[in-house]
Design a protein around this ligand. Structure first.
Ligand code: MCN
Ligand code: CUM
Length: 808
């Protein structure tokens, strides 16, 4: 005989909030049945590819396409001259700058798009590319932003007036022809005064090197212009499909209802796929010109060399404190290398993203930040790679400054953090640089982390190791990397966050079917984060239908409600909130239907897991499944048939997840090889929707943090050649390099999010990079190291050991 179904069984059956539900996406991914952009094949589809500049800075004297057009299979070759009459040879960037679609008179970085060859297939396109003759005149190359600001060489001739004066840019006055903007936050005068009069001041300069997210699937699209009905369909690797639709409409003049943008499965985005690329524009134009569908897919070198890089921030800081270690002030200056065009994908009002969260998790009364954006002969882009809009840089900066201050104070860095943390009772906390942190409990998280790894024991072991090293008993040093981060995710309140004027709300639309299953569509788009799994869980708990009977659909602008897409870990804070709110609208209507069916007043029924129950009479109820059916088959006075809802959610604030990470590392001073012995990661992202998915996000973000901290970089030589343009030279960690991560959590709900959830996708990267870096630096601290720049690859670690005299 079957046992009675308990309330716990009913809760479990929903697989709602808090359940480690298995990813519904994986059935197709693990069987090779995903549908990526390159899987799209249309009748008569052509292939487009770029002639790219071998030079980082050159004038283009001529382009001869005649021979290319003779290559069998080549149908067209587009140059800037072809695009100019359409006004499409330049395009706006998300940062308020403009960017050449195809080289217009000169090139500004190696790999820049010069001409677009359209052919019957990829091979013919490649032959066509070889046959295009471009006559370049090399110009002096600038890859260093400090030199750029002193140089007579004008990189952006389009941004200098005829009389030689420098007109202002999108973010105010420009100091020099290679300068883009100055952005300030906080109070300069008071900060200078606090620092000038402080008992202790620590200073450091650091370079957060240029990196690249390197998603497994490169960027690409398929454009198909149907000239009969005037409709353009654009499939692509888009993290923000609706924004792409609007941009395409604005720059092409095609009415927005005639454009359908579809993001199919995306093989990782990591920010690389937020911006708009010349390939998109050229594919659309080529499809219009040829009347056939045109596909463009980057190869790996194209991807690494030319699409959105990350970081490239030169940061200088001063931090002041009392002798006891209470921090009194913080000052930061950044020289930001943006490459040839400012194509950052920040919210419009934030040219340096949320770098002004650089006071971190600490109660710092006075602070000042100044960022100078600079043009150089490098690829454009800027915001990408699990960055939360430059929070990676901000957290790296403050977590290094804390360590440097600890050295100056001769104090334990864990203790220095503890005495400066914002206290639980101070939330909501307004930071010196303006942000209002919604909630946090840093001391609890920190204490839990230190206890979990036996911090005091580790320090004792490390001290012994130093003794042993000095006594010649070992050649391995031990580093303890600490990092405590506060993230800022969920852009964002429409009042201060927009992209090209589009407010950063998000959306969810739900339809309940008569048999009690449902489809929900969102304005976001998963690139691997598992939205189809987790958003169904939010809904399951809100509307009492099992997650397994709810389909989540994203990425088709013809069906999904308008949304701003997935980046900045905003999906849970914004679209997740919209999902809960739309679910509540469903529930409100279901309540009226239930009351009608149960013949009681609306207020006399209450929601319980998967049903509405008459208050005080638990045996009288209607399940959500029954209510769904009734919505379609009962004529209920005063209530429309059907059960649907939509919510557009403008969050009142961002969410501020946080975490405490600790890395234990052994370093062989003779080989420079670091071995990660332990990595402990405690994350607090408020209410946890799916613990298993969170853990997956943390593993992924930490692995990317390991990559960046320990070797991955986009490096240039003085000629502007990319030295790391292939996976032979660009460090992409595999299972071989990755340690066993220990994950942990605390739960401090967001007070303003409908289910208390904060984002988590970028947290492990934001907190992970300083943790790995601090471990390396900490190993050398007893020998006089204060700071060395990332990436800490084997030879740089060896060099540090060498410079500290450890090989003598
Ligand atoms: N989640 C949860 N409980 C929470 C918070 C999140 O269960 N309290 C779940 C979410 O429901 C979602 C996932 O964790 O399934 C990530 O949610 P969120 O933090 O809201 O981040 P987004 O979905 O907006 O993803 C964006 C973020 C960014 S900006 C980058 S970059 C990055 C990242 O996600 N790119 C990724 N993680 C990635 N993971 C994969 N596999 N591929 C990428 O390209
Ligand atoms: Cu900054 S990388 Mo994510 O925002 O797509």
């Amino acid at each position: 005989m079957k046992d009675e179904v308990t309330r716990e069984d009913r809760v479990a059956n929903l697989k709602g909030l808090g359940c480690s539900r298995k990813r519904v996406e994986d059935a197709r991914f693990t069987q090779g049945k995903g549908n990526y952009v390159d899987d799209i094949k249309l009748d008569g589809m052509l292939f487009g590819d770029f002639v790219r500049s071998p030079y980082a800075h050159a004038r283009i004297k001529s382009i001869d396409t005649a021979a290319a057009l003779e290559v069998p299979g080549v149908l067209a070759v587009l140059t800037a001259a072809d695009l100019e009459p359409l006004g499409l040879h330049w395009m706006p960037t998300l940062a308020g700058d403009k960017q050449m679609v195809l080289a217009d008179g000169k090139v500004l970085f190696q790999g820049q798009e010069v001409a677009f060859v359209v052919a019957e297939d990829r091979y013919a396109a490649a032959d066509g590319i070889e046959a295009v003759e471009v006559d370049y005149e090399e110009l002096p190359v600038i890859v260093n932003p400090f030199e750029a600001l002193k140089s007579d060489v004008v990189l952006r001739e389009d941004l200098v007036a005829e009389d030689g004066s420098i007109p202002p840019g999108a973010h105010g006055p420009r100091k020099h022809h290679n300068h883009i903007f100055t952005w300030e936050a906080g109070d300069k005068g008071p900060t200078d005064e606090v620092i000038a009069n402080a008992e202790v001041v620590a200073e450091e300069s650091m370079y957060y090197h240029r990196t690249h997210p390197c998603p497994l699937e490169t960027c690409g699209c398929v454009a198909s212009m149907d000239k009969v009905n005037g409709k353009l369909t654009l499939w692509g690797t888009f993290q923000a499909p609706h924004a792409i639709r609007t941009i395409v409409s604005l720059i092409s003049g095609i009415e927005e209802h005639n454009i359908r943008v579809i993001s199919p499965d995306i093989g990782g985005g990591f920010g690389n796929k937020v911006g708009a690329y010349p390939g998109y524009v050229c594919s659309v134009v080529a499809s219009i010109v040829t009347g056939k569908p045109v596909k463009w897919i980057e190869d790996r070198m194209d991807n690494l060399m030319t699409t959105a890089f990350a970081r490239d921030y030169h940061m200088t800081g001063q931090i002041s404190a009392t002798k006891e270690g209470k921090i009194t002030g913080l000052k930061c200056h950044v020289t930001a290398d943006h490459g040839g065009f400012d194509a950052c994908a920040d919210p419009t009002k934030f040219p340096a993203g949320f770098m002004n969260i650089c006071t971190g998790s600490y109660d710092i009364p006075t602070a000042y930040l100044e960022v100078d954006g600079v043009y150089t002969n490098k690829a454009p882009g800027g915001v990408s790679y699990r960055c939360s809009f430059r929070v990676t840089e901000a957290v790296y900066f403050i977590e290094r400054m804390i360590e440097v201050l600890a050295i100056k104070l001769n104090m334990d860095a864990a203790e220095l953090r503890r005495i400066n943390f914002i206290r639980k009772e101070q939330f909501p906390y307004t930071a010196a640089l303006g942000w209002e942190y919604d909630s946090g409990d840093y001391h609890t998280a920190w204490d839990k982390a230190l206890k979990a790894v036996d911090y005091d024991g580790l320090r004792a072991e490390q001290a012994q190791r130093v003794e042993d090293f000095k006594a010649g008993k070992t050649r391995k040093l031990m580093g303890i990397g600490l990092s405590f981060f506060t993230e800022i995710v969920g852009a964002g309140p429409v009042k201060n966050c927009d992209i090209l004027g589009l407010g950063m709300f998000d959306s969810c639309e739900i339809r309940i079917h008569p048999t009690g299953s449902a489809i929900a569509r969102l304005g976001t788009i998963s690139q691997g984060q598992g939205h189809a799994t987790t958003f169904a869980q939010i809904l399951a708990s809100e509307i009492g239908l099992p997650a397994d009977s709810i389909t989540i659909e994203e990425g088709d602008t013809d069906t999904a409600p308008y949304g701003l897409g997935t980046y900045g870990s905003r999906s849970t804070p914004v679209a997740g909130a919209a999902t809960a709110m739309a679910g509540r609208k469903i529930r409100a209507k279901a309540q009226m239907i239930a009351a009608y069916l149960l013949e009681v007043h609306d207020n006399d029924v209450e929601f319980d897991v998967d049903r509405f129950v008459v208050k005080g009479a638990p045996e009288k109820f209607k399940t959500m499944k029954e209510i769904a059916f009734a919505a379609y088959n009962q004529a209920i006075p005063g209530i429309e048939p059907g059960l649907e809802a939509v919510s557009y959610y403008d969050p009142p604030n961002m969410t501020y997840p946080f975490g405490a990470y600790i890395c234990v590392m052994d370093i062989d001073v003779d080989t420079g090889v670091p071995e990660i012995r332990r990595f402990y990661a405690l994350d607090d992202c408020g209410t946890r929707i799916n613990p298993m998915i969170i853990e997956g996000q943390v593993h992924g973000g930490l692995t990317e943090a390991l990559a960046v901290a320990l070797g991955q970089e986009i490096a240039y030589d003085d000629m502007g050649n990319v030295k790391t343009g292939t996976l032979m030279d660009f460090f992409l960690p595999t299972a071989w390099e990755v340690p066993n991560y220990e994950t942990d959590f605390t739960v401090t709900p967001s007070p303003h999010h409908p289910i208390g959830a904060k984002g988590v996708g970028e947290s492990p990267h934001v907190g992970g990079v300083p943790c790995f870096s601090n471990a390396v630096q900490d190993a050398f601290r007893p020998f006089g190291n204060t700071h060395t720049n990332m990436p800490h690859d084997h030879w740089r670690i060896w060099r540090t050991a060498n410079e500290l005299g450890l090989h003598d």
